[in-house]
Design a protein around this ligand. Structure first.
Ligand code: ADE
Length: 228
């Protein structure tokens, strides 16, 4: 799977891309991430990529020319043009079903905004999928793009050692419940014991306990999921 990230701040990505799972995916050639600086498509002496909003108001708006040109040029670099995603708080909210949908794509172009957003003609011309990672405003789409890459690559076949592990995580399609409580050694820590059933070796009992733990956590923390 190929990701192309279009950003004014490509230098934000290498540290993140070097982290273990993603690095492994890149080394195994399961995933390819290419970074593109939108400013490389700016014309003019000062390489400006933004301008004041028509109608007045605070902040700067990303100009249509460098952004559209950058997207079109990057689309030419692969075998297929790919699916264009624009990260914006005004987009459809990211959840696990959307992550699963995105993971079906061969190629994703992730367009990261800054300032007060993009000129509307970027959206009108490119018709991207507009995606938000939540109801809060970030300083730009870069962290949101990392979130999308991170969530999607976990679903790339052959990446996670334990094939079951991503299916059992909270929010997987297998069960729309939060994950059950997990324990590892030691059996007692600061007076807190690992539940006896998990030490019993009785797998049907363990499965029942975990199901109950998932239900309780979901009811307490995210009862909205039970109503869906
Ligand atoms: N850019 C700024 N805020 C964002 C958000 N919540 N999701 C995606 N992109 C963003």
């Amino acid at each position: 799977m190929r990701f192309d990230v279009l950003t004014l701040f490509p230098e934000m990505f290498p540290g993140y891309l070097g982290q273990s799972l993603l690095n492994l995916a890149i080394e195994r050639e399961l995933v390819d991430v290419q970074l593109h600086n939108i400013r490389d498509w700016a014309t003019g002496k000062h390489k400006n990529v933004d301008d004041k909003p028509y109608g007045g108001g605070p902040g700067m708006v990303l100009s249509p020319e460098p952004v559209v040109q950058c997207v079109e040029a990057v689309q030419q670099l692969g075998e297929s043009p790919g699916k264009v995603i624009l990260l914006t708080p005004a987009g459809r909210k990211l959840d696990q079903p959307l992550v699963e949908e995105l993971s079906e794509a061969e190629r994703l172009l992730l367009l990261c905004g800054r300032y007060e957003g993009f000129d509307q003609r970027v959206v009108d011309l490119l018709e991207p999928d507009e995606i938000s990672i939540g109801d809060f405003v970030l300083n730009g789409g870069e962290v949101a793009a990392m979130v999308v890459i991170d969530a999607v690559i976990r679903l790339v076949p052959g990446l996670l050692g334990d094939e079951q592990s991503n299916k059992q995580d909270s929010f997987s399609t297998e069960g729309r419940l939060l994950e059950y409580a997990q324990y590892t050694r030691p059996r007692e820590y600061r007076g807190l014991q690992v539940p006896e059933v998990l030490l019993s070796g009785n797998h049907p009992e363990i499965a029942r306990w975990r199901e109950q733990s998932s239900m309780e956590r979901t009811r307490e923390r995210r009862s909205d999921l039970l109503n869906e």
